[in-house]
Design a binder for this molecule. Structure first.
Ligand SMILES: [Zn+2]
Length: 220
């Protein structure tokens, strides 16, 4: 079986002295895992996390660990490495992708959103907002599409100050009144999105990655 797409190299860990296991978020095939032969020892065209490029993935059986051929075109992480705050956001995004996305299911909007996030993180004064937008998109892909345009109880479009933990939809002051203790207070922040991430991870039997927890602990 052979798959081809463009993608972003989101994780790389040593397999042995020469080879690495890579995760690539591809545009057309979703999250892919495979072996990158020679990734540790190569002196030329070294694969690095944050590169965008074209990948080919080959596996003898559909279920086997495939082998990547990777042609990097650009390293989107280079400008991000200069800025520790932007780097924390990139690390959190990449770890969430690897932890939460099922393999080989395409998420084209999230792929495009991730390319945009990396470009935005390279050159922004508001990394928090750029990252928050990306995470809201991730939640949407995983079943918690936020709808903050009107109250989920009565449809009204004003006095929307709460969000339902069950549906991720807005709730107006009137409808919220009997349930204040259970609802999240707007505006949507990384504290609120973390609560949704925790819920999804729990149902997947996973844990929110440390790089993401770190964003809240540091209050950055
Ligand atoms: Zn209402």
């Amino acid at each position: 079986m052979k798959l081809e797409s463009i993608g972003i190299l989101v994780a790389l860990r040593p397999f042995d002295e020469k080879n690495a296991i890579a995760h690539i978020l591809t545009r057309d095939c979703g999250l892919m895992t495979g072996m990158l032969r020679g990734a540790i020892t190569t002196k030329t065209n070294k694969p690095l996390v944050g590169q965008i490029g074209s990948m080919t993935w080959n596996a003898r059986l559909d279920s086997a660990l495939g082998v990547f051929h990777w042609e990097s075109e650009k390293n989107l992480a280079v400008p991000i490495m200069m800025n520790s705050l932007a780097l924390s956001y990139m690390n959190a995004a990449f770890d969430l992708i690897c932890t939460m996305l099922p393999e080989r299911e395409p998420y084209i909007n999230l792929y495009n959103g991730t390319v945009k996030l990396l470009n935005d993180l390279s050159d922004t004064t508001d990394a928090y907002s750029e990252y928050l937008k990306w995470e809201i998109e991730l939640l949407g892909e995983l079943g918690y599409a936020m709808d903050l345009s009107h109250c989920s109880g009565c449809g009204k479009t004003s006095d929307l100050h709460y969000i339902s933990p069950k549906t991720a939809r807005a709730v107006c002051d009137n409808c919220a009144a009997p349930y204040l203790a259970q609802l999240y207070k707007m505006p949507v922040t990384l504290d609120i999105t973390l609560k949704f991430l925790e819920k999804i991870c729990t149902t997947q039997g996973a844990r929110v990655p440390n790089a993401r927890i770190f964003l809240n602990n540091k209050k950055i």
